[in-house]
Structures are given as C-alpha cells and as structure tokens.
Design a protein around this ligand. Structure first.
Ligand SMILES: Nc1ncnc2c1ncn2[C@@H]1O[C@H](COP(=O)(O)OP(=O)(O)O)[C@@H](O)[C@H]1O
Ligand SMILES: [Mg+2]
Length: 635
C-alpha cells in the first residue's frame, strides 16, 4: 500500500497548520533570530507596539540612554583603535627615524591602543550588563501580566483558542521580545555608528579609495539580497515541513494506544516516512542556500578588498599614499559590508519581536471575565458566615434561561428551575442535552443573555464572581488534578482546611481507603493530572475536594460515572450527610442514584420535557419511565 497524492497533501497541510499552535518550543527547529520573523509575519502597528513596550520598560527608560552612551563608546573606541594602526605602521616604515625612536613610538602606539581598547571593553561590559538587566526587568513584568491575564480570561476564550497557541505566546513570542531587548537594540545602534564611522575614516584616509569602495556596495547588497530571497523561501517551506513532521510525531505519541488498538502502526510508519522524506528534500535546499550566504558574501568582499588593495598600492607608488593608511583602509574595506548585512538581519529580529509583542498584547487586551455589575455584593455561606456579607441559604432559581455558546445555536431553551434551600435537584437526559451547560451558567462560567439566575433572590450578576464561586462547590465532569500531593489536591477545595478535615472529606468521598494504600498515603505526589491513579480514583479525589468546601450549594456533574456501583452506593451515603443542608444539583448517568431527589428534571435537546419526583415521573409513564424501566437506554 502506498500513500495517495491527496493523502500526502492532506498530511502536510493538516499537521503543518498545527505547527504554529503547538506548545513545544523545539518545534521551531532552531529558527532563531531573523528566520523567526517569517514565522510571525510583520507587525501590524509598530508605533503603537513600541510605545507599549516602552511603557513596560518604564523607569528603566533613562538607563537605556546610559546604555546607548556606552554603546557609542564601544563603537568609537573600536574605530579609533583600528585607526591608531596608521601612525604605528607609518612610524615603522619611516626612514628618517632611528631604531630607538621607532621602538619608543611603537611602545607609545601600543599603549595608546591598549588604553583605547580597554575603555572599549569596559564600556561594552557595562552596556551588556545594564541592558540585560533592563530586558529581564521588562520581560518579567510582561510575563507576569500575561499570566495574570490568562487567569482572568473567560472560558469562552479557551473554547476558541488552542492551548498551544496561548502557550506559544509565553514561549516564542516573549523570547522574541527578549532577543530584541537583549541584543538587537544596542547592535543596531552600534552598527549604525560603526558604519558611519568607517565611512568617515575611509574618506579621511583616502577619498579616492573610499569612493571606489562605496561603488562596490550596491553590487554586494544586490547579490546578498538575491541569496537571501532564495534562502528565505526555502526556510519557510522547511518550517512548514518541520511543523508537519513534529505535529505528526506529537499526535502519534498521544495516540499510541489508539494506533495499537486499530493496528495502525504500519500506516503510521509509512506516513511518517513520507513526511520525513519531504522534510529532507526541502531542508537540503534550505540549508544549502542558508549555508552559502556567508562564504559568498565573504568572497565578494574579498574582491572589493583586493580592488582597494591594488588601487591603494598604485596610489602609494604614484601619489605618496602612506603604507599605514593603506593598511587601515584595506581593513575597513573588508569589514565595510558587514554592518550593512547585519543591520538588515537585525531589522528582521525587531520585526519578529514586535510581532510577538503584538500577539502578547492581543491577549492582554481581551475582555476578562466580568466581576459582576457595578454594585455587586459579597455573599457568604451559613457554614462560614462572614462579617458584612449577605449570608445566603442557598435558594437557586433559573428563570427563562435561553443560551447558546455560539450565536445561532441555542443549547438551552426556556429553562425554569426552582431549588429551595437544601433540596436535591437532579438533571437527567442524553449526552449533549445541555445538563453540564446549566451548571456552567449557575457559577457564571458563561454569561447568560436571556433569562436570569438568582441565589436567594439576588441576580448572580449582582454577586461578586469570587464570592459566587466560593459558595458553589463543584465536581466537574472532566476535572484536573494538579502536580502535588494528594492532601494538597483535596485541600484545593478550601485552602484553610485542616489535615483532619482533609481526611474527613476523603472519607465522605470514599477515597480514604485507596489513599491509605498509596505508597505515601496522603503525602503521595500525583503527577501529570493524576496519571498514576485510575479514572475512578481521580473522581473520588474530586468529590473529596468538593466535600471539603463549606459552600451551601453543591453541583455534582456525573461525579461517579467511572466508579463501580458498590463504591457509588457508599459515596452516596457519605454525600447524603453532606447534602443534607445544601442545595444540590446532581447530574447522573445511573438513574438509581437520583431516585431520592426532591425533583428530577428530564432534559432533551436543551428543553425540559418532564419534571417531578421519582414516583410522579414513573406514574407519568413518559420519557423518565422509559429510561428507568430500560425501555430506552441513555446513550
Ligand atoms: N464550550 C462549548 N462550546 C460550544 N458548544 C458547546 C460547548 N460545550 C458544550 N457545547 C454544546 O452544547 C451542547 C450541550 O452540551 P452539554 O451541556 O455538555 O451536554 P450534557 O448534557 O452531555 O452535559 C452540546 O451540543 C455541545 O456540543
Ligand atoms: Mg455533561
């Protein structure tokens, strides 16, 4: 079997699109500096981004002037140091001087040169040191702001952006900004100074030679540009191919189990071979053009060196041009084209940095989760009443809720639910009916536009977001365990809980016995989202996390779906005690677990089709009856 052309195209296309959005930094395959600019594209509004960056640099701005002064020193000393060579050499070939005089002058020359270079070294050291400080101060501020912002983004943002995309703003984009701040700014400045300085010195040394050398510059720039274009083209392709390959590897690692289940190893190998061959092909060209750039430019500038050396030699003989002058001039001529090439490369780094900064600022400009309306109030739980807050009993009312995650697709239609304090309300219905969505709205994961939800008569929009969530304990359908010990993970539910309370909560959640069996009990370290636990055990920890909370409202979204029925029964017993005085919303797959609810709400396609107690619904003989008696199964 071999891959069809269409499949090949799809492979490259599909996986290379993931490239920009994958989290692994290594994916860029060492595209640093100028090549990175192409990945990001040009910045949209440079002026605005620069101003914003400057605001981050803040009070360090004055220091930048200091850095520039040192940079100026560094460049000027470099130029001056090389110019001293002229009198030094002229002194040596001067026939009017005695050997002793020559040695004396030579020593003076060497000492002068050494002192000039010493000043250069010191100012270069200071320049580097101060600049790195400025750049790190700036980066940390941006990074912290970005993270803080991320914590405040609404879930809607995460629905529409991949994690890899967000991740790359922390890594690639900030790195690009760092590159610029660390080096580029000073390098551009010193490049310009060196270029102008060299030009001036060339004219001072010999204006005829200077003119000739300058005329070779456009030619050098033209050739450099030509090779640059080719290499950029292939580098872009190489990036795409590399992205495709890495995307494929990443997915294959994540999907190893599924690949094995369906015996897809051979197909995977074949597809991978194709992608890596594709990369080899393109990389060969990209590396070739990238590699010849330096030598070709080097050789071309040797030509201009040779020309100025020849003409300079002639001038020495015919027009009394001094040997020292010729030496320093040829030196300048050889290095003359370098700052030009460097400057254009540095510009690319600046583009990359500004584009990266724009992407970072873009996240910072996203609208954060709303805290609540202007006069939002604090509420607190009767189990942990707080001074100056409204202590709530836990009555939850959903009134005429109509909601969709995206426009034009309603997920919930005219939902009305009333939960009296301490009641247990159950939602049942097929997958996708909208059960989780209802709970998402109660704690304001998403804002509602039509209808309203009240707690003790207060619109939840008028409650401070933190206070609201603090008073709703939730076991999410798919939850997350953090790297840390079991104890820490349970305590996540209430940070001031004592060890005894942690154990108490674990007992309620039936997690105590399995935790005891872990190598270090409650101090066992969980890694990678609890990868060392079974799915059911993870759920038990999540229940414990909710059980430790003192919130008057409890939401359990399929909290026991991966737990065996016997354990489930035990949890129920524990939870009953916990739920006694709390308003509880339960979403359950197994109907046996919701029988004792005060109200069972049957949802289908976002609408309530039946509601009542277990007995009432059975008597009704409708959907619930069918589900319960097994006439219809929940899928
Ligand atoms: N974050 C989301 N963005 C867009 N649509 C979503 C999102 N979450 C759920 N949906 C859609 O909303 C509907 C209800 O989902 P959900 O409330 O999770 O169902 P369930 O009853 O199984 O808990 C589904 O059709 C689902 O595709
Ligand atoms: Mg759900």
């Amino acid at each position: 079997m071999s891959l069809s052309e269409a499949r090949k195209d799809r492979l490259i296309g599909r996986y290379s699109n993931q490239h920009g959005s994958t989290s692994k930094k290594g994916q860029q395959g060492g595209f640093r500096g100028p090549m990175r600019a192409m990945r990001f594209g040009k910045p949209k509004d440079m002026g605005k981004t620069i101003r914003r960056l400057l605001r981050y640099i803040g009070k360090d701005k004055q220091l930048i002037y200091v850095v520039l002064v040192f940079t100026l020193f560094t460049s000027l000393t470099g130029l001056a140091g090389s110019y001293i060579l002229r009198p030094v050499i002229n002194n040596l070939v001067n026939e009017n001087l005695t050997n002793a005089q020559k040695v004396q002058n030579l020593l003076i020359g060497i000492i002068t040169m050494a002192s000039i270079y010493l000043v250069g070294v010191i100012s270069s050291y200071l320049q580097q040191r101060i600049m790195v400080g400025i750049s790190q101060n700036t980066l940390i501020k941006i990074r912290q702001d970005l993270f803080a912002k991320m914590q405040r983004l609404p879930l809607k943002y995460h629905d529409t952006h991949t994690h890899g995309d967000l991740m790359s703003r922390f890594t690639n984009d900030l790195d690009a900004v760092g590159d610029m701040l660390n080096n580029t700014m000073t390098q551009i400045f010193s490049g310009v100074v060196t270029l102008i300085g060299t030009l001036v010195l060339m004219f001072i040394t010999n204006w005829i030679l200077a003119l000739i050398t300058i005329f070779t510059v456009p030619f050098l720039a033209y050739v450099g540009n030509l090779i640059g274009k080719m290499s950029r083209k292939y580098y872009l392709e190489q990036q795409r191919a590399l992205g495709a390959l890495n995307g494929y590897i990443e997915e294959s690692m994540g999907g190893q189990k599924v690949i094995k289940v369906f015996n897809h190893e051979d197909v995977a190998i074949e597809e991978f071979d194709f992608l890596s061959d594709n990369l080899r092909h393109i990389q060969r060209k990209a590396q070739f053009f990238g590699g010849i750039m330096g030598p070709v430019m080097g050789n071309l500038s040797q030509i201009s060196y040779a020309i100025s050396a020849t003409i300079g030699g002639i001038l020495c003989v015919t027009m009394n041009f001094d040997i020292g002058g010729l030496t320093v001039f040829t030196n300048y001529a050889r290095h003359f084209s370098r700052p030009i090439n460097e400057l254009s490369m540095q510009m690319n780094i600046i583009y990359a940095a500004l584009a990266g900064a724009e992407r970072v600022f873009e996240v910072m400009d996203e609208t954060p989760e709303t805290e609540g309306t202007a006069n939002a109030i604090e509420i607190s739980s009767p189990y942990e009443p707080k001074f100056n807050t409204r202590v709530i009993k836990g009555e939850v009312v959903l009134k005429d809720i109509t909601f969709g995650y995206v426009p034009d697709k309603t997920v919930l239609k005219k939902i009305n639910v009333t939960a009296k304090p301490g009641q247990k309300i159950a939602f049942v219905g097929s997958t996708g009916a909208g059960k989780t969505t209802i709970t998402n709205l109660i704690n304001r994961f998403y804002e509602i536009e039509q209808g309203k939800i009240t707690i003790d008569g207060i619109d939840i929009k008028d409650i401070k977001k933190d206070a609201l969530r603090k008073n709703i304990a939730m076991v999410l359908q798919d939850t997350h365990l953090f790297s840390g010990t079991v104890k820490e993970n349970i305590r996540y539910g209430r940070l001031d809980a004592t060890d005894e309370e942690v154990i108490e909560a674990a007992k309620i959640a039936c997690a105590h016995s399995f935790i005891e069996r872990l190598p270090n009990g409650y101090d066992t370290v969980l890694e990678g989202d609890g990868a060392n636990l079974s799915q059911g055990e993870r759920q038990l920890l999540n229940i414990a996390r909710a059980a430790i909370s003192k919130a008057p409202i409890l939401i359990l979204d399929e909290a026991t779906s991966s737990v065996d029925t016997r354990t489930e029964k035990l949890i129920e017993k524990g939870m009953d005690q916990l739920m006694k005085n709390r308003t509880t919303f339960v979403i359950a797959h197994r109907l046996s677990t919701v029988r004792n609810a005060d109200m069972i709400i049957v949802l289908e396609q976002g609408q309530i089709i039946e509601q009542g107690t277990h007995e009432e619904l059975l008597a009704l003989g409708g959907r619930y009856y069918e589900l319960y008696t097994g006439l219809v199964e929940l899928d």
